[in-house]
Design a protein around this ligand. Structure first.
Ligand code: MLC
Ligand code: AMP
Length: 532
């Protein structure tokens, strides 16, 4: 079943009740949202978008952008959101890889695909098409395995991979979260996350859409504005930076939280100090959960049981989580190993890198949705299928065990009761303010600088962002951070750019000649911890 059919049913019931409360704009009721979705779906059809076609989207957070996402679901198109921080050079990669039938951009963009615009005020050429479009009333039938969205996540090679999420992945995870977090009819979600990642788009919005409850829809996170809205909200979802920034506000106290029933944190480790300071200030314990783009949510601290600092709680119902060694042998309680996950939440593989059926049974046997079968006219026509080259297929296969468990690349321990703690990462990744930065991608760009002989990018502690990107370089000429900033501008999104630069004579290497990032991390983690 098409996920939007579920939302549509709720929207019908909720009618004139508010869906998106927009402090700086008119609110949208559920009926208004449903109408906007139907007209946006009409505009997509007029743009020639058919079921299975990708719609690449890089737009600001607006109600119109939400309608665009839902319209893609409704028409069976595949929604491909990308970070608004990406530079045009980065966007070109996604256009090439996703081969969208339509790119909805914030402003005019020169590309070989059809481009329409939607700006931060909900205006633009796409908005004009929506205004003129006939509503598209049909909700296109979808099979559970049909792809609803592709979410790009970077890889250790420095190239982004598109995680294919099926309608059933999204639906099952949303239902599980609504149940686990006890979503109530009188809940009001305070939404300050971006909507181009799974956290803000799926985890947060789907809980509201499944239940027909309102969302206070802020264009982004800003502590004072968020604090102003807090008294009329009951649930907040955020990355740890939200909570550290809130704690820096004098007015943030138990009185400000009087109507709140749940603060949820995820996407990055919540420091134990933040958890403790939050409890001391508000009398409430943040509920930390764990997920990723490829798997949606995997584990959560309990709504009613004890929420423990430094732990991400228990596997969600229906989701299997295990700790295994490098060979996939399950480790006894308390031992550190790779976190592996299996369940209805786990994605269908990477776009154009589907897993061979022999490696990952059942769930991944479907033709991996490069060409999702359209099941209804008029949107019916399979997009041009392109075979995934063998090497790329292996990329998906390499991340799954033969029994279907997905290797997250996170390291953790699980106690005998099943409580999970994340203790590190096997993947070379920095998480800054909830955004993932893959060091390789930054190193490749740094190495293009004439002054740089070689570079290694690591994460170090940062009070605001949790971790900050630091470049350790062997320079052949005088180099400072200003010059690095100037060189990377336009080449890399701002949040990926190093916040600190360290010039060294040599990078530490092991006997195989590989740069020892763990050595660098150890040296600079301590130095920057002391100086942050
Ligand atoms: C902004 N900057 C960042 C940054 N965000 N730098 C590093 N890391 C970040 N996360 C840059 C800006 O470009 C700016 O550059 C400078 O830092 C200061 O910006 P700011 O104004 O302080 O930032 P702000 O706009 O307030 O954004 C911070 C933030 C935002 C934390 C609110 O980054 C954010 O919304 N993060 C949430 C990310 C998220 O949703 N992740 C979910 C992924 S899904 P300059 O030019 O001023 O130097 C996932 C799965 C799961 O992980 O489990 O959920
Ligand atoms: P992304 O690829 O952007 O979806 O990021 C997913 C990664 O974020 C996971 O693999 C983890 O490394 C990290 N992550 C998500 N939630 C948590 C959490 N609660 N604690 C620590 N790391 C987390």
């Amino acid at each position: 079943m098409n996920l939007y059919a579920r939302f549509e049913e709720t929207f019908r019931r909720a009618g004139d009740d508010p869906a998106l409360i927009c402090p700086q704009r008119e609110d949208w009721s559920h009926a208004c949202l449903a109408n906007a979705v139907a007209r946006t779906a009409g505009a997509l059809a007029e743009c020639g978008v058919r079921a299975g076609d990708r719609v690449l989207v890089q737009v600001e957070k607006t109600p119109e952008a939400v309608a665009l996402y839902l319209a893609c679901l409704k028409t069976g198109a595949v929604y491909v959101p990308i970070n608004t921080a990406y530079t045009p050079a980065e966007v070109r990669y996604f256009i090439k890889d996703a081969e969208p039938a339509l790119f909805v951009a914030r402003a005019k963009f020169d590309a070989r695909v059809r481009v329409e615009t939607l700006d931060g005020a909900g205006q633009g050429s796409f908005a004009a098409l929506v205004a003129a479009a006939e509503p598209f009333t049909l909700t296109v039938g979808r099979a559970d395995d049909d792809i609803a969205a592709i979410v790009y996540t970077s890889g250790t090679t420095g190239r982004s991979k598109g995680a294919m999420l099926a309608h059933a992945n999204l639906a099952s995870n949303a239902e599980t979260l609504c149940a686990c977090w006890g979503w109530q009819d009188d809940d009001v979600l305070l939404h300050a996350l971006p909507i181009f990642h799974v956290h803000g788009l799926f985890v947060a919005l789907h809980c509201a859409f499944l239940t027909g409850t309102p969302t206070i829809f802020l264009p982004g996170f800003e502590a004072v504005g968020l604090l102003r809205e807090l008294p009329r909200a009951t649930v907040l979802m955020g990355v740890p930076t939200f909570y550290t920034r809130l704690l820096n506000q004098d007015g943030f106290d138990a009185a400000a939280c009087r109507n709140m029933r749940l603060f949820i944190s995820g996407s990055a480790p919540l420091a134990e100090q933040t958890f403790a300071a939050f409890e001391q200030r508000t009398g409430m314990r943040i509920l930390e959960r764990y997920g990723m783009s490829e798997t949606l949510m995997n584990a959560s601290n309990p709504l009613h049981g004890e929420r423990v600092a430094g732990s991400v709680g228990f596997a969600l119902p229906g989701v299997e989580v295990r700790i295994a060694d490098a060979d996939g042998r399950v480790l006894p309680p308390g031992q550190v190993g790779g976190i592996e996950v299996r369940g209805p939440n786990v994605f269908k593989g990477y776009w154009r890198m589907p897993a061979p059926a022999t490696q990952a049974p059942e769930a991944r046997q479907a033709p991996a949705a490069q060409a999702p079968k359209a099941r209804q006219a008029p949107a019916a026509q399979a997009p041009k299928a392109r075979q995934a080259p063998k090497a790329r297929q292996e990329k998906t296969a390499a991340e799954f065990r033969a029994d279907g468990f997905f290797m997250t690349g996170d390291l953790g321990t699980m106690d005998a009761a099943g409580r999970l703690a994340i203790v590190g990462r096997a993947k070379d990744l920095v998480i800054s303010g909830g955004y993932n930065v893959y060091p390789k991608e930054v190193e490749v760009r740094l190495d293009e600088m004439p002054e740089v002989a070689e570079s290694a990018v690591i994460g170090v502690p940062h009070t605001d962002f949790g971790e900050a990107v630091v470049a350790v370089v062997v320079a052949e000429a005088v180099l400072d951070l200003g010059r690095v900033d100037a060189f990377l501008k336009g080449r890399l999104a701002r949040y990926k750019q190093p916040k600190r630069l360290v010039c060294v004579d040599d990078l530490p290497r092991n006997a195989m000649g590989k740069v020892q990032k763990n050595v660098l991390r150890k040296i600079y983690w301590d130095i920057f911890s002391a100086n942050r």
